[in-house]
Design a protein around this ligand. Sequence first.
Ligand code: IMP
Length: 418
Amino acid sequence: MPATAVIGAQWGDEAKGKITHFLARQATMTVRFNGGPNAGHTVQDAHGTARLHQVPVGALHPGCVGVLAHGVALDIWELRNELLALREQGRPEPVLLLSDRAHLVLPHHRLREEHEGSAARIGTTQRGIGPCYADRAARSGIRLGDLGDVQQIAAHLGGALAQLTPHDAAGRIDPEVVATELVDFRRAFGTHIADTRAAIQSTLDKGLHVLFEGAQGTLLDVDLGTYPFVTSSTTTVHGVGWGSGISAGHIERVIGVAKAYTTRVGEGPMPTEDSSPQGEHLRSVGAEYGATTGRPRRCGWLDLVALRYAHDINAFTELALTKLDVLAGLPEIRVCTGYRVHGTVCERWPSTLDELAAATPVYVSLPGWRDPLSDARTWEELPRAAQDYVRFVEHALSVPVRMVGVGPEAEATIVRPD
Ligand code: IMP
């Protein structure tokens, strides 16, 4: 069975966790290929609410192996805490496979983020992601498979700490302690640390189903997003090859996940942001607060220019439109169909910040609906205006909306027939 990729079509937080959890029931293996503890995937099921930053969502299903491939920035402390929290919820222990090529997020990476000012300038999640990927590119990072000698690692960490000001580093990190914890972690995980590229390949070669779990969203991609207000990894479908070593040729379904409106956390342009009471309505009804940082998310209307751009990049075979229930009760729903840039209306996503700053959204207004959607489980149960909204989106993008989210629980997902 070929592979499926779940990709965020906006600025992250599209409810990919819920959709991935739903789809992973049929997967043998589920793979995180980008990002690290900056991701926050929320799953609600019979065991309660799980907030996952490192553990792949699909690995909550017994029988589905969770892989952290080499493109993931791996924070072993976060991973350990998460596994502990899952155990406390009475969940079965996830079966994990960690790439021996994965780069480690180390305590000094978080300090460096503060020190360099990127945390405030970009509004990062402050999880050390940028410095970890920077070390990787500069060929000065530490990989999970290379953890052997405590003294050698301690010396490496000591050198990295020496580059921070004494105030940043003083007394906050002991290289020997960190090095020992790292080596102990490697021992404890033993054979679960492996060449994950080969493991994924062999699963695909057996004809078994592999699910690739994207983290963040297309507009946060380090190259194709709103640079520099982006994360430091490849968040699009191209990240599957980049971060797992598997050919994109194996991917048959590319599912773009988009909210029925738009949100963003952190700094950077967001043309359809709405700071009026309607934007506030979206935030309070949609509980739009970051799963990793708790920050209030910026909210606004659905942006079809952005979604078309995401579709061009990822060639979605289908869309999952999530949180449609949040729009209930609004008398009218606005959708951005184009941008006016220096007096001209265009549908192309601008590639520079200057162009984006000059873009003002052109909206169409669609009728809202009054009835709540959270109890709907079939397409037919949705009010006519809600169906029309979904149809409007799929016609504008020429991509079928196969799944519609109407609530946080897994079963609050309407799967439309072909
Ligand atoms: P970083 O990934 O922590 O370096 O943060 C860079 C930017 O990406 C900031 O604007 C973050 O708010 C944003 N970001 C990172 N991860 C996520 C996510 O999982 N959801 C939404 N935004 C994210």
